[in-house]
Design a binder for this molecule. Sequence first.
Ligand code: ASP
Length: 593
Amino acid sequence: MYKTHSCNELRSSHSGQTVTLAGWVHRRRDHGGVTFFDLRDRDGLVQVVVNPDSTEEGYELAEAARPEWVLQIKGVVQSRPEGMENPQLDTGDIEVSAVRVRVLNKAKTPPFPINEETEVDEQVRLKYRYMDLRRSRMRKNLENRYHIIRYIRNFLDQRGFWEIETPILFKTTPEGARDYLVPSRVYPGEFYALPQSPQQLKQMLMVAGVERYFQIARCFRDEDQRGDRQPEFTQLDMEMSFVERDDVMGLIEEMFTSLVDELFPEKTILSRPWPRLTYQEAMERFGKDNPDLRFGMELQNINDLAEGCRFKVFEQTVANGGDVRGFNAKGCGGYSRKQVDELIEFVARYGARGLATLGLTENGEVKSTFTKFLDNETVQAVIARFEAQPGDLLVFVADKPAVVYESLGRLRVFLGERLGLRDPDTLAFCWVVDFPFVNWNEDEARWDPSHHLFTAPMPEDAHFLDTDPGKARGQQYDLVLNDYEIAGGSIRIHERAMQEKVFELIGLDIDVARERFGHMLEAFEYGTPPHGGIAPGIDRICMLLSGEPNIREVIPFPKNQVARDVMAGAPSEVEEKQLTDLHLSSTRTPGQV
Ligand code: ASP
Protein backbone atom coordinates (compact mmCIF):
# COMPACT_ATOMS: atom_id res chain seq x y z
CA MET A 1 0.00 0.00 0.00
CA TYR A 2 1.27 3.45 -0.89
CA LYS A 3 -0.48 5.07 2.06
CA THR A 4 -1.66 4.18 5.53
CA HIS A 5 -3.94 7.20 5.92
CA SER A 6 -5.60 9.78 3.76
CA CYS A 7 -4.29 13.33 4.16
CA ASN A 8 -7.49 14.67 5.64
CA GLU A 9 -7.82 11.95 8.23
CA LEU A 10 -5.12 12.94 10.69
CA ARG A 11 -5.99 14.62 13.99
CA SER A 12 -4.29 15.32 17.35
CA SER A 13 -5.31 11.83 18.44
CA HIS A 14 -2.82 10.45 15.89
CA SER A 15 0.08 12.31 17.54
CA GLY A 16 3.14 10.13 17.86
CA GLN A 17 2.03 7.69 15.17
CA THR A 18 4.20 6.99 12.15
CA VAL A 19 2.13 7.27 8.99
CA THR A 20 2.68 6.99 5.26
CA LEU A 21 0.88 9.39 2.97
CA ALA A 22 0.78 9.87 -0.78
CA GLY A 23 -0.52 12.78 -2.79
CA TRP A 24 0.28 15.99 -4.60
CA VAL A 25 2.32 19.00 -3.48
CA HIS A 26 -0.32 21.66 -3.05
CA ARG A 27 1.71 24.61 -1.81
CA ARG A 28 5.30 24.74 -0.64
CA ARG A 29 7.31 27.24 1.41
CA ASP A 30 10.80 27.32 2.88
CA HIS A 31 11.41 28.68 6.35
CA GLY A 32 14.88 29.06 7.77
CA GLY A 33 16.35 25.77 6.66
CA VAL A 34 13.11 23.79 7.01
CA THR A 35 10.64 23.05 4.17
CA PHE A 36 6.92 23.05 4.71
CA PHE A 37 4.34 21.96 2.22
CA ASP A 38 0.71 20.99 2.10
CA LEU A 39 0.24 17.50 0.76
CA ARG A 40 -3.10 17.03 -0.97
CA ASP A 41 -5.03 13.94 -1.82
CA ARG A 42 -8.66 13.52 -2.81
CA ASP A 43 -9.85 13.99 0.73
CA GLY A 44 -7.97 17.12 1.74
CA LEU A 45 -4.73 18.67 2.92
CA VAL A 46 -2.16 18.07 5.60
CA GLN A 47 0.94 20.06 6.43
CA VAL A 48 4.24 18.23 6.08
CA VAL A 49 7.43 19.59 7.59
CA VAL A 50 10.77 18.35 6.30
CA ASN A 51 13.74 19.06 8.52
CA PRO A 52 17.23 18.14 7.25
CA ASP A 53 18.00 16.85 10.76
CA SER A 54 15.35 14.12 10.32
CA THR A 55 16.10 13.31 6.70
CA GLU A 56 18.89 14.95 4.78
CA GLU A 57 17.92 13.27 1.50
CA GLY A 58 14.23 13.93 2.06
CA TYR A 59 14.97 17.59 2.65
CA GLU A 60 16.76 17.88 -0.67
CA LEU A 61 13.89 16.21 -2.51
CA ALA A 62 11.30 18.36 -0.75
CA GLU A 63 13.22 21.51 -1.61
CA ALA A 64 13.28 20.53 -5.26
CA ALA A 65 9.60 19.55 -5.32
CA ARG A 66 7.20 21.84 -7.20
CA PRO A 67 3.41 22.14 -7.09
CA GLU A 68 1.64 19.01 -8.37
CA TRP A 69 4.61 16.69 -7.97
CA VAL A 70 3.44 13.36 -6.60
CA LEU A 71 5.15 12.42 -3.34
CA GLN A 72 5.05 9.69 -0.80
CA ILE A 73 5.86 10.78 2.74
CA LYS A 74 6.66 8.69 5.74
CA GLY A 75 6.57 10.69 8.92
CA VAL A 76 5.44 11.14 12.47
CA VAL A 77 2.24 13.01 13.37
CA GLN A 78 2.88 15.82 15.86
CA SER A 79 0.87 18.68 17.31
CA ARG A 80 1.66 22.01 15.72
CA PRO A 81 3.54 24.44 17.94
CA GLU A 82 1.23 26.73 19.93
CA GLY A 83 -0.23 29.53 17.89
CA MET A 84 0.60 27.79 14.60
CA GLU A 85 -2.70 25.88 14.34
CA ASN A 86 -4.79 26.51 11.22
CA PRO A 87 -8.52 26.42 11.99
CA GLN A 88 -9.28 26.58 8.23
CA LEU A 89 -7.99 23.05 7.78
CA ASP A 90 -9.56 19.88 9.17
CA THR A 91 -6.02 18.74 9.96
CA GLY A 92 -4.99 22.19 11.16
CA ASP A 93 -3.97 21.08 14.68
CA ILE A 94 -1.25 18.74 13.53
CA GLU A 95 1.56 18.34 11.03
CA VAL A 96 3.54 15.38 9.78
CA SER A 97 7.28 15.50 10.39
CA ALA A 98 8.86 13.61 7.50
CA VAL A 99 11.43 10.89 8.03
CA ARG A 100 11.38 9.85 4.38
CA VAL A 101 10.34 11.54 1.13
CA ARG A 102 9.89 9.68 -2.14
CA VAL A 103 9.18 11.34 -5.45
CA LEU A 104 6.59 9.19 -7.22
CA ASN A 105 6.34 11.53 -10.18
CA LYS A 106 7.25 15.02 -11.26
CA ALA A 107 4.87 17.53 -12.85
CA LYS A 108 5.29 20.32 -15.36
CA THR A 109 4.15 23.74 -14.21
CA PRO A 110 0.33 23.45 -14.28
CA PRO A 111 -1.48 25.44 -16.98
CA PHE A 112 -3.31 27.26 -14.18
CA PRO A 113 -2.97 27.22 -10.40
CA ILE A 114 -4.57 24.23 -8.71
CA ASN A 115 -4.16 25.68 -5.25
CA GLU A 116 -6.25 28.81 -5.84
CA GLU A 117 -9.78 29.31 -7.10
CA THR A 118 -8.76 31.87 -9.70
CA GLU A 119 -10.83 32.60 -12.82
CA VAL A 120 -9.44 30.55 -15.68
CA ASP A 121 -10.61 30.62 -19.28
CA GLU A 122 -13.11 27.79 -19.69
CA GLN A 123 -11.51 26.41 -22.87
CA VAL A 124 -8.21 26.03 -21.01
CA ARG A 125 -9.98 24.37 -18.10
CA LEU A 126 -11.68 21.93 -20.48
CA LYS A 127 -8.48 21.17 -22.36
CA TYR A 128 -6.80 20.29 -19.09
CA ARG A 129 -9.92 18.94 -17.46
CA TYR A 130 -7.92 16.37 -15.46
CA MET A 131 -6.13 19.31 -13.81
CA ASP A 132 -9.28 21.36 -13.42
CA LEU A 133 -10.92 18.46 -11.58
CA ARG A 134 -8.11 18.57 -9.03
CA ARG A 135 -9.31 22.00 -7.89
CA SER A 136 -11.39 22.03 -4.75
CA ARG A 137 -14.57 23.43 -6.32
CA MET A 138 -14.67 20.77 -9.00
CA ARG A 139 -13.67 18.05 -6.61
CA LYS A 140 -16.60 19.09 -4.42
CA ASN A 141 -18.94 19.04 -7.42
CA LEU A 142 -17.85 15.53 -8.34
CA GLU A 143 -18.41 14.39 -4.79
CA ASN A 144 -21.84 16.05 -4.59
CA ARG A 145 -22.87 14.34 -7.79
CA TYR A 146 -21.77 10.98 -6.47
CA HIS A 147 -23.64 11.52 -3.18
CA ILE A 148 -26.81 12.66 -4.94
CA ILE A 149 -26.85 9.62 -7.22
CA ARG A 150 -26.04 7.28 -4.36
CA TYR A 151 -28.89 8.76 -2.30
CA ILE A 152 -31.32 8.29 -5.18
CA ARG A 153 -30.21 4.69 -5.72
CA ASN A 154 -30.68 3.80 -2.06
CA PHE A 155 -34.00 5.60 -1.81
CA LEU A 156 -35.45 3.83 -4.83
CA ASP A 157 -33.99 0.49 -3.83
CA GLN A 158 -35.84 0.76 -0.53
CA ARG A 159 -39.07 1.33 -2.40
CA GLY A 160 -38.82 -1.72 -4.57
CA PHE A 161 -37.38 -0.23 -7.73
CA TRP A 162 -35.04 -2.23 -9.95
CA GLU A 163 -32.18 -0.52 -11.72
CA ILE A 164 -32.17 -1.82 -15.27
CA GLU A 165 -29.95 -0.94 -18.21
CA THR A 166 -31.43 -0.29 -21.61
CA PRO A 167 -29.60 -0.22 -24.95
CA ILE A 168 -27.62 2.71 -26.27
CA LEU A 169 -27.77 1.38 -29.81
CA PHE A 170 -31.46 1.58 -30.50
CA LYS A 171 -34.03 3.00 -32.80
CA THR A 172 -35.18 6.56 -33.16
CA THR A 173 -36.92 7.72 -29.96
CA PRO A 174 -38.85 10.91 -30.52
CA GLU A 175 -38.36 13.51 -27.78
CA GLY A 176 -38.49 16.39 -30.21
CA ALA A 177 -34.79 16.61 -31.08
CA ARG A 178 -32.63 15.25 -33.86
CA ASP A 179 -31.16 11.78 -33.35
CA TYR A 180 -27.51 10.84 -33.26
CA LEU A 181 -27.19 8.02 -35.75
CA VAL A 182 -24.74 5.14 -35.75
CA PRO A 183 -24.19 3.50 -39.10
CA SER A 184 -24.35 -0.26 -39.23
CA ARG A 185 -21.34 -1.96 -40.83
CA VAL A 186 -23.20 -5.22 -41.12
CA TYR A 187 -26.33 -3.80 -42.73
CA PRO A 188 -25.32 -1.31 -45.41
CA GLY A 189 -27.41 1.83 -45.38
CA GLU A 190 -29.03 1.08 -42.01
CA PHE A 191 -28.53 2.96 -38.78
CA TYR A 192 -29.02 2.66 -35.08
CA ALA A 193 -30.09 5.77 -33.21
CA LEU A 194 -28.76 6.74 -29.79
CA PRO A 195 -31.72 7.13 -27.41
CA GLN A 196 -32.97 10.66 -26.79
CA SER A 197 -34.31 8.97 -23.66
CA PRO A 198 -35.18 5.38 -22.79
CA GLN A 199 -38.87 6.30 -23.03
CA GLN A 200 -40.07 3.39 -25.19
CA LEU A 201 -37.82 0.91 -23.46
CA LYS A 202 -39.06 1.77 -19.99
CA GLN A 203 -42.61 1.43 -21.20
CA MET A 204 -41.68 -1.98 -22.60
CA LEU A 205 -40.36 -2.88 -19.15
CA MET A 206 -43.79 -2.06 -17.76
CA VAL A 207 -45.36 -4.33 -20.38
CA ALA A 208 -42.80 -6.89 -19.23
CA GLY A 209 -44.20 -6.72 -15.70
CA VAL A 210 -41.24 -4.98 -14.00
CA GLU A 211 -43.62 -2.55 -12.24
CA ARG A 212 -40.92 -0.28 -10.79
CA TYR A 213 -37.87 0.66 -12.87
CA PHE A 214 -35.16 3.27 -12.73
CA GLN A 215 -31.91 3.96 -14.46
CA ILE A 216 -29.25 6.64 -14.30
CA ALA A 217 -29.57 6.99 -18.03
CA ARG A 218 -27.50 8.81 -20.60
CA CYS A 219 -29.62 10.59 -23.20
CA PHE A 220 -28.44 11.94 -26.55
CA ARG A 221 -30.02 14.81 -28.44
CA ASP A 222 -28.50 16.43 -31.49
CA GLU A 223 -29.76 19.95 -30.94
CA ASP A 224 -28.29 23.26 -31.95
CA GLN A 225 -25.90 24.13 -29.20
CA ARG A 226 -27.02 27.15 -27.35
CA GLY A 227 -26.66 28.17 -23.77
CA ASP A 228 -26.56 25.35 -21.37
CA ARG A 229 -27.18 22.29 -23.52
CA GLN A 230 -25.03 19.22 -23.85
CA PRO A 231 -25.26 16.67 -26.66
CA GLU A 232 -25.39 13.98 -23.99
CA PHE A 233 -26.81 14.38 -20.54
CA THR A 234 -27.99 12.24 -17.66
CA GLN A 235 -31.50 11.60 -16.44
CA LEU A 236 -32.83 9.65 -13.55
CA ASP A 237 -35.23 7.73 -15.74
CA MET A 238 -38.17 6.11 -13.91
CA GLU A 239 -41.35 4.26 -14.67
CA MET A 240 -44.03 2.69 -12.48
CA SER A 241 -47.05 0.52 -13.17
CA PHE A 242 -50.47 0.84 -11.53
CA VAL A 243 -49.97 4.49 -10.63
CA GLU A 244 -51.74 7.77 -11.08
CA ARG A 245 -50.25 11.22 -11.36
CA ASP A 246 -50.22 11.80 -7.59
CA ASP A 247 -48.34 8.58 -6.91
CA VAL A 248 -45.41 9.57 -9.11
CA MET A 249 -45.40 13.16 -7.90
CA GLY A 250 -45.62 12.11 -4.26
CA LEU A 251 -42.69 9.74 -4.54
CA ILE A 252 -40.48 12.32 -6.27
CA GLU A 253 -41.41 14.96 -3.72
CA GLU A 254 -40.48 12.67 -0.86
CA MET A 255 -37.23 11.68 -2.53
CA PHE A 256 -35.92 15.17 -3.25
CA THR A 257 -37.14 16.64 0.02
CA SER A 258 -35.33 14.00 2.04
CA LEU A 259 -32.28 14.21 -0.22
CA VAL A 260 -31.95 17.93 0.40
CA ASP A 261 -32.54 17.56 4.15
CA GLU A 262 -29.91 14.89 4.38
CA LEU A 263 -27.22 16.04 1.96
CA PHE A 264 -27.72 19.81 1.86
CA PRO A 265 -28.99 20.80 5.31
CA GLU A 266 -27.74 24.36 4.75
CA LYS A 267 -30.39 24.83 2.08
CA THR A 268 -33.99 25.78 2.74
CA ILE A 269 -36.93 24.31 0.87
CA LEU A 270 -39.27 27.27 0.48
CA SER A 271 -42.60 25.45 0.81
CA ARG A 272 -43.63 21.99 1.98
CA PRO A 273 -45.60 20.41 0.46
CA TRP A 274 -44.44 21.80 -2.85
CA PRO A 275 -46.92 24.14 -4.50
CA ARG A 276 -48.80 22.90 -7.55
CA LEU A 277 -49.65 25.32 -10.30
CA THR A 278 -51.61 24.67 -13.41
CA TYR A 279 -49.84 25.53 -16.63
CA GLN A 280 -52.31 28.36 -17.16
CA GLU A 281 -51.66 29.78 -13.71
CA ALA A 282 -47.88 29.56 -14.12
CA MET A 283 -48.09 31.46 -17.38
CA GLU A 284 -50.45 34.11 -16.09
CA ARG A 285 -48.59 34.76 -12.87
CA PHE A 286 -44.98 34.28 -13.96
CA GLY A 287 -45.00 34.26 -17.75
CA LYS A 288 -43.27 30.87 -17.85
CA ASP A 289 -44.02 27.25 -17.17
CA ASN A 290 -40.78 27.02 -15.18
CA PRO A 291 -41.35 29.84 -12.70
CA ASP A 292 -38.95 31.06 -10.05
CA LEU A 293 -41.08 31.18 -6.90
CA ARG A 294 -38.39 32.64 -4.66
CA PHE A 295 -39.79 36.13 -5.13
CA GLY A 296 -43.00 37.98 -5.94
CA MET A 297 -43.28 40.63 -8.65
CA GLU A 298 -46.03 38.57 -10.28
CA LEU A 299 -47.53 39.45 -13.62
CA GLN A 300 -51.05 40.88 -13.74
CA ASN A 301 -53.40 41.45 -16.57
CA ILE A 302 -54.79 44.98 -17.09
CA ASN A 303 -56.84 44.37 -20.22
CA ASP A 304 -59.92 45.71 -18.43
CA LEU A 305 -58.16 49.01 -17.68
CA ALA A 306 -56.43 49.16 -21.07
CA GLU A 307 -59.65 48.83 -23.01
CA GLY A 308 -60.68 52.27 -24.21
CA CYS A 309 -57.97 53.94 -22.07
CA ARG A 310 -56.94 56.30 -24.92
CA PHE A 311 -53.36 55.07 -24.98
CA LYS A 312 -53.39 53.63 -28.50
CA VAL A 313 -50.88 50.83 -28.04
CA PHE A 314 -52.86 49.40 -25.13
CA GLU A 315 -56.27 49.96 -26.66
CA GLN A 316 -55.42 48.41 -29.99
CA THR A 317 -53.68 45.43 -28.49
CA VAL A 318 -56.76 44.54 -26.50
CA ALA A 319 -59.03 45.24 -29.46
CA ASN A 320 -56.93 42.81 -31.54
CA GLY A 321 -57.21 40.03 -29.00
CA GLY A 322 -53.82 40.63 -27.41
CA ASP A 323 -52.93 41.15 -23.78
CA VAL A 324 -51.60 43.98 -21.67
CA ARG A 325 -49.73 42.72 -18.66
CA GLY A 326 -47.24 44.12 -16.29
CA PHE A 327 -45.50 43.65 -12.97
CA ASN A 328 -44.21 45.76 -10.17
CA ALA A 329 -40.42 45.97 -10.24
CA LYS A 330 -40.18 46.73 -6.55
CA GLY A 331 -37.80 49.55 -5.71
CA CYS A 332 -36.80 50.31 -9.31
CA GLY A 333 -38.72 53.63 -9.44
CA GLY A 334 -35.49 55.59 -9.39
CA TYR A 335 -34.19 53.99 -12.60
CA SER A 336 -32.55 56.45 -14.97
CA ARG A 337 -33.56 56.79 -18.60
CA LYS A 338 -30.54 54.67 -19.48
CA GLN A 339 -31.52 51.91 -17.09
CA VAL A 340 -35.06 51.87 -18.45
CA ASP A 341 -33.67 51.74 -22.01
CA GLU A 342 -31.73 48.68 -20.99
CA LEU A 343 -34.98 46.99 -19.93
CA ILE A 344 -36.57 47.96 -23.24
CA GLU A 345 -33.64 46.38 -25.10
CA PHE A 346 -33.98 43.32 -22.93
CA VAL A 347 -37.65 42.70 -23.76
CA ALA A 348 -37.03 43.48 -27.44
CA ARG A 349 -34.86 40.33 -27.58
CA TYR A 350 -38.02 38.35 -26.88
CA GLY A 351 -40.09 40.07 -29.49
CA ALA A 352 -41.71 42.86 -27.44
CA ARG A 353 -42.02 46.04 -29.44
CA GLY A 354 -41.89 48.20 -26.38
CA LEU A 355 -42.04 48.44 -22.63
CA ALA A 356 -44.40 50.96 -21.08
CA THR A 357 -43.30 52.16 -17.65
CA LEU A 358 -44.90 53.86 -14.70
CA GLY A 359 -42.54 54.89 -11.91
CA LEU A 360 -43.49 56.33 -8.54
CA THR A 361 -40.84 58.67 -7.17
CA GLU A 362 -40.01 58.65 -3.48
CA ASN A 363 -42.55 61.44 -2.94
CA GLY A 364 -45.24 59.57 -4.81
CA GLU A 365 -45.08 61.52 -8.08
CA VAL A 366 -45.92 59.54 -11.24
CA LYS A 367 -43.21 59.37 -13.94
CA SER A 368 -44.52 57.49 -16.90
CA THR A 369 -44.28 56.98 -20.64
CA PHE A 370 -48.03 56.60 -21.11
CA THR A 371 -50.13 57.95 -18.24
CA LYS A 372 -50.46 61.32 -19.97
CA PHE A 373 -53.03 59.66 -22.24
CA LEU A 374 -55.02 58.21 -19.35
CA ASP A 375 -57.50 59.83 -16.99
CA ASN A 376 -56.46 60.06 -13.38
CA GLU A 377 -58.92 57.43 -12.22
CA THR A 378 -57.41 54.83 -14.56
CA VAL A 379 -53.88 55.76 -13.46
CA GLN A 380 -54.89 55.28 -9.83
CA ALA A 381 -56.55 51.96 -10.67
CA VAL A 382 -53.36 50.74 -12.33
CA ILE A 383 -51.27 51.79 -9.31
CA ALA A 384 -53.72 50.10 -6.96
CA ARG A 385 -53.75 46.83 -8.92
CA PHE A 386 -50.00 46.45 -8.47
CA GLU A 387 -50.01 47.86 -4.94
CA ALA A 388 -47.28 50.22 -6.09
CA GLN A 389 -45.50 52.17 -3.37
CA PRO A 390 -43.28 55.22 -3.73
CA GLY A 391 -40.01 54.01 -5.25
CA ASP A 392 -41.64 51.26 -7.36
CA LEU A 393 -41.58 50.87 -11.13
CA LEU A 394 -44.44 49.26 -13.04
CA VAL A 395 -43.49 47.75 -16.39
CA PHE A 396 -45.96 46.69 -19.11
CA VAL A 397 -45.90 44.83 -22.39
CA ALA A 398 -48.83 44.88 -24.80
CA ASP A 399 -48.70 42.20 -27.46
CA LYS A 400 -49.77 38.71 -28.43
CA PRO A 401 -50.03 36.64 -25.24
CA ALA A 402 -47.01 34.49 -26.17
CA VAL A 403 -44.79 37.56 -26.55
CA VAL A 404 -46.14 39.18 -23.38
CA TYR A 405 -45.46 36.04 -21.35
CA GLU A 406 -42.02 35.40 -22.69
CA SER A 407 -40.71 38.95 -22.51
CA LEU A 408 -42.17 39.80 -19.09
CA GLY A 409 -41.42 36.35 -17.68
CA ARG A 410 -37.78 36.74 -18.54
CA LEU A 411 -37.63 40.37 -17.45
CA ARG A 412 -39.04 39.39 -14.07
CA VAL A 413 -36.23 36.86 -13.58
CA PHE A 414 -33.62 39.31 -14.86
CA LEU A 415 -34.74 41.95 -12.37
CA GLY A 416 -35.13 39.39 -9.60
CA GLU A 417 -31.48 38.52 -10.13
CA ARG A 418 -30.41 42.14 -10.19
CA LEU A 419 -32.37 42.90 -7.03
CA GLY A 420 -30.73 39.98 -5.22
CA LEU A 421 -34.00 38.08 -4.78
CA ARG A 422 -32.73 34.76 -6.09
CA ASP A 423 -30.92 33.30 -3.10
CA PRO A 424 -29.17 30.10 -4.24
CA ASP A 425 -29.64 28.51 -0.80
CA THR A 426 -33.42 28.74 -1.09
CA LEU A 427 -34.99 25.93 -3.10
CA ALA A 428 -38.41 26.75 -4.48
CA PHE A 429 -39.65 23.43 -5.83
CA CYS A 430 -43.02 23.40 -7.51
CA TRP A 431 -45.11 21.19 -9.76
CA VAL A 432 -46.71 22.42 -12.93
CA VAL A 433 -49.66 20.35 -14.12
CA ASP A 434 -52.58 20.45 -16.55
CA PHE A 435 -50.52 21.25 -19.62
CA PRO A 436 -52.30 21.44 -22.92
CA PHE A 437 -52.17 18.00 -24.51
CA VAL A 438 -51.08 19.38 -27.87
CA ASN A 439 -49.84 22.72 -29.19
CA TRP A 440 -50.56 24.14 -32.60
CA ASN A 441 -47.40 24.34 -34.71
CA GLU A 442 -47.88 27.36 -36.99
CA ASP A 443 -44.96 26.59 -39.29
CA GLU A 444 -45.90 23.00 -39.99
CA ALA A 445 -49.66 23.56 -39.60
CA ARG A 446 -50.14 20.58 -37.31
CA TRP A 447 -50.57 19.63 -33.69
CA ASP A 448 -47.41 18.82 -31.73
CA PRO A 449 -47.50 16.86 -28.49
CA SER A 450 -46.75 19.23 -25.64
CA HIS A 451 -44.82 16.51 -23.80
CA HIS A 452 -44.24 13.51 -26.04
CA LEU A 453 -46.16 11.03 -28.16
CA PHE A 454 -46.84 8.60 -25.35
CA THR A 455 -48.46 10.93 -22.82
CA ALA A 456 -52.11 10.19 -22.09
CA PRO A 457 -54.78 12.88 -22.23
CA MET A 458 -56.79 13.64 -19.09
CA PRO A 459 -59.58 11.04 -19.20
CA GLU A 460 -62.26 13.72 -18.92
CA ASP A 461 -60.72 15.62 -21.86
CA ALA A 462 -60.18 12.67 -24.20
CA HIS A 463 -63.32 13.49 -26.18
CA PHE A 464 -61.73 16.79 -27.27
CA LEU A 465 -59.23 14.86 -29.38
CA ASP A 466 -61.99 14.34 -31.92
CA THR A 467 -63.61 17.74 -31.66
CA ASP A 468 -61.25 20.44 -30.38
CA PRO A 469 -57.77 19.04 -29.60
CA GLY A 470 -56.45 22.39 -28.36
CA LYS A 471 -58.83 22.16 -25.41
CA ALA A 472 -57.57 18.81 -24.10
CA ARG A 473 -55.18 18.69 -21.17
CA GLY A 474 -52.50 16.02 -20.86
CA GLN A 475 -51.61 13.94 -17.84
CA GLN A 476 -48.21 15.60 -17.77
CA TYR A 477 -46.37 16.97 -14.75
CA ASP A 478 -43.24 19.08 -14.72
CA LEU A 479 -41.05 19.61 -11.72
CA VAL A 480 -39.60 23.09 -11.49
CA LEU A 481 -36.85 24.39 -9.26
CA ASN A 482 -35.70 28.02 -9.18
CA ASP A 483 -36.45 28.88 -12.82
CA TYR A 484 -35.39 25.47 -14.20
CA GLU A 485 -37.53 22.60 -15.36
CA ILE A 486 -35.76 19.75 -13.61
CA ALA A 487 -38.09 16.89 -14.50
CA GLY A 488 -40.92 16.06 -16.85
CA GLY A 489 -43.15 13.06 -16.81
CA SER A 490 -46.61 11.78 -17.46
CA ILE A 491 -49.12 9.02 -17.19
CA ARG A 492 -48.85 7.13 -20.46
CA ILE A 493 -51.21 5.79 -23.02
CA HIS A 494 -51.50 2.03 -22.56
CA GLU A 495 -54.06 1.14 -25.17
CA ARG A 496 -53.41 0.66 -28.84
CA ALA A 497 -56.48 2.50 -30.06
CA MET A 498 -55.63 5.65 -28.09
CA GLN A 499 -51.99 5.52 -29.17
CA GLU A 500 -53.02 5.25 -32.81
CA LYS A 501 -55.45 8.12 -32.37
CA VAL A 502 -52.64 10.31 -31.04
CA PHE A 503 -50.33 9.36 -33.91
CA GLU A 504 -53.08 10.36 -36.27
CA LEU A 505 -53.80 13.59 -34.43
CA ILE A 506 -50.23 14.77 -34.71
CA GLY A 507 -50.25 13.96 -38.40
CA LEU A 508 -48.10 10.84 -38.34
CA ASP A 509 -49.03 8.67 -41.29
CA ILE A 510 -50.37 5.42 -39.90
CA ASP A 511 -47.99 3.33 -42.05
CA VAL A 512 -45.02 5.37 -40.85
CA ALA A 513 -46.27 5.06 -37.26
CA ARG A 514 -46.55 1.30 -37.63
CA GLU A 515 -43.06 1.06 -39.10
CA ARG A 516 -41.52 3.20 -36.34
CA PHE A 517 -43.61 2.21 -33.35
CA GLY A 518 -45.16 -1.07 -34.42
CA HIS A 519 -43.44 -2.81 -31.52
CA MET A 520 -45.23 -0.54 -29.05
CA LEU A 521 -48.59 -0.81 -30.72
CA GLU A 522 -48.25 -4.55 -30.76
CA ALA A 523 -47.06 -4.72 -27.16
CA PHE A 524 -50.11 -2.73 -26.07
CA GLU A 525 -52.22 -5.67 -27.22
CA TYR A 526 -50.58 -8.08 -24.81
CA GLY A 527 -51.83 -6.85 -21.46
CA THR A 528 -50.11 -3.54 -20.80
CA PRO A 529 -50.72 -2.23 -17.28
CA PRO A 530 -51.61 1.42 -16.69
CA HIS A 531 -48.29 3.13 -16.09
CA GLY A 532 -46.49 6.43 -15.79
CA GLY A 533 -43.12 7.88 -15.03
CA ILE A 534 -40.82 10.82 -14.95
CA ALA A 535 -37.23 11.71 -15.71
CA PRO A 536 -35.44 14.21 -13.45
CA GLY A 537 -32.37 15.78 -15.07
CA ILE A 538 -29.39 14.82 -12.95
CA ASP A 539 -27.09 17.49 -14.38
CA ARG A 540 -29.44 20.36 -13.62
CA ILE A 541 -30.21 19.07 -10.16
CA CYS A 542 -26.51 18.74 -9.37
CA MET A 543 -25.92 22.21 -10.77
CA LEU A 544 -28.61 23.80 -8.59
CA LEU A 545 -27.63 21.92 -5.45
CA SER A 546 -23.95 22.71 -5.98
CA GLY A 547 -24.76 26.39 -6.60
CA GLU A 548 -23.16 26.35 -10.05
CA PRO A 549 -24.16 28.59 -12.95
CA ASN A 550 -24.17 25.91 -15.68
CA ILE A 551 -24.26 22.14 -16.07
CA ARG A 552 -20.73 21.91 -17.50
CA GLU A 553 -19.47 22.56 -13.97
CA VAL A 554 -21.05 19.35 -12.67
CA ILE A 555 -20.23 17.09 -15.62
CA PRO A 556 -16.74 15.63 -15.32
CA PHE A 557 -15.97 15.72 -19.04
CA PRO A 558 -18.46 18.00 -20.77
CA LYS A 559 -18.43 19.22 -24.32
CA ASN A 560 -17.85 22.94 -24.70
CA GLN A 561 -20.57 25.36 -25.81
CA VAL A 562 -20.12 24.36 -29.44
CA ALA A 563 -20.35 20.63 -28.70
CA ARG A 564 -16.65 19.86 -28.84
CA ASP A 565 -14.59 17.83 -26.46
CA VAL A 566 -11.49 20.00 -26.37
CA MET A 567 -9.47 17.63 -24.21
CA ALA A 568 -9.42 14.67 -26.60
CA GLY A 569 -10.48 16.61 -29.68
CA ALA A 570 -13.86 15.21 -30.62
CA PRO A 571 -15.58 15.07 -32.99
CA SER A 572 -12.68 14.28 -35.30
CA GLU A 573 -12.07 12.99 -38.78
CA VAL A 574 -11.75 9.27 -39.27
CA GLU A 575 -9.77 7.06 -41.63
CA GLU A 576 -11.20 6.66 -45.10
CA LYS A 577 -11.16 2.90 -44.48
CA GLN A 578 -13.50 3.28 -41.50
CA LEU A 579 -15.97 5.13 -43.68
CA THR A 580 -15.74 2.53 -46.41
CA ASP A 581 -16.38 -0.24 -43.90
CA LEU A 582 -19.49 1.61 -42.82
CA HIS A 583 -20.62 2.13 -46.41
CA LEU A 584 -20.36 5.88 -45.97
CA SER A 585 -18.75 8.69 -47.86
CA SER A 586 -18.56 12.32 -46.88
CA THR A 587 -20.32 15.05 -48.82
CA ARG A 588 -18.19 17.70 -47.12
CA THR A 589 -16.51 20.06 -49.56
CA PRO A 590 -12.91 21.13 -48.85
CA GLY A 591 -12.80 23.97 -46.36
CA GLN A 592 -16.37 23.44 -45.19
CA VAL A 593 -16.72 23.55 -41.42
N1 ASP B 1 -38.78 10.61 -21.48
C1 ASP B 1 -39.23 11.87 -20.98
C2 ASP B 1 -38.18 12.94 -21.22
O1 ASP B 1 -37.04 12.64 -21.52
C3 ASP B 1 -39.52 11.84 -19.52
C4 ASP B 1 -40.67 10.98 -19.17
O2 ASP B 1 -41.76 11.20 -19.72
O3 ASP B 1 -40.51 10.13 -18.32
O4 ASP B 1 -38.47 14.11 -21.07
